[in-house]
Design a protein. Structure first.
Length: 218
């Protein structure tokens, strides 16, 4: 999802594998590898030295986007963090409200939180993808400021644009999401509120409808 020729900033980079891959493969001329802590940035330095890309990758200690100047990068990546933390970091960075900037997000959990924040605050999701790694399912999506909080149905924050992704992994990811929601629904039915249970039932039906509309072989 990172655009060819653009400068990427990887927030929460840890080993800087992604920025190294992006510059080594000629996708980005340069990149920023940013992390909150020194330990991960030391790991990042080892990767940068190992691949000889020190002239192309800037290492930066930064809490989220706080120590990044908006002019320094075009595409901003956050992978492997929870959706709730991503939401906090994006919410306090007003300069991301720019149609030229692209967010590329791979929430490790609570993907619905960050989708919800984005669509309520004038961002739109452009594309979503899913994959498996070591038997685990992951989703990732790109989003951009459009300045308009559009109308979406309640379930959208749980499935986003994954129904448009023609991959078996996207379907599996959504089946897992629906299963997770069903577990929540059972808990809500047993000890929670009828209103919340009703809401969950509606979004489960909506998500299952989307799953059923996906190609049988995907
Ligand atoms: C699980 S690792 C993910 C590493 C890599 N992005 C990946 O997907 O493999 C999460 C990283 O995010 C960093 N991190 C956590 N909170 C952060 C924050 N507020 N700002 C920047 N980095 C943060 C952690 O130090 C850690 O290196």
């Amino acid at each position: 999802m990172v655009r060819h020729g653009k400068i990427a900033a990887d927030i929460g980079t840890d080993h800087a594998y992604l920025p190294a891959w992006l510059v080594l493969n000629g996708i980005c001329p340069t990149a920023l590898a940013c992390d909150l802590r020194k330990g991960p940035l030391d790991n990042a330095k080892k990767t940068v030295d190992c691949y000889g890309v020190g002239d192309k990758i800037t290492l930066r200690l930064s809490d989220g986007f706080d120590k990044i100047d908006p002019t320094e990068a075009d595409d901003f990546i956050m992978c492997g963090m929870g959706g709730t933390l991503m939401t906090e970091l994006v919410a306090r960075t007003d300069w991301l409200k720019d149609t030229e900037k692209l967010l590329i997000l791979q929430p490790q959990s609570h993907a619905e939180d960050i989708r919800d924040f984005l669509i309520r605050n004038g961002f739109e999701i452009l594309t979503e993808d899913a994959c498996t790694d070591s038997g685990k399912l992951y989703c990732a999506f790109s989003a951009r400021w459009c300045g308009e909080a559009k109308e979406y149905s309640d379930g959208y924050i749980y499935y986003g644009k994954l129904p448009e992704c023609k991959k078996a992994e996207a379907k599996q990811y959504l089946i897992k999401t629906a299963d997770r929601l069903k577990t929540k629904l059972e808990a809500e039915k047993n000890h929670g509120s009828a209103e919340k249970a009703d809401y969950l039932s509606r979004i489960i039906s909506e998500t299952e409808e989307k799953i059923n509309e996906m190609q049988p072989d995907c």
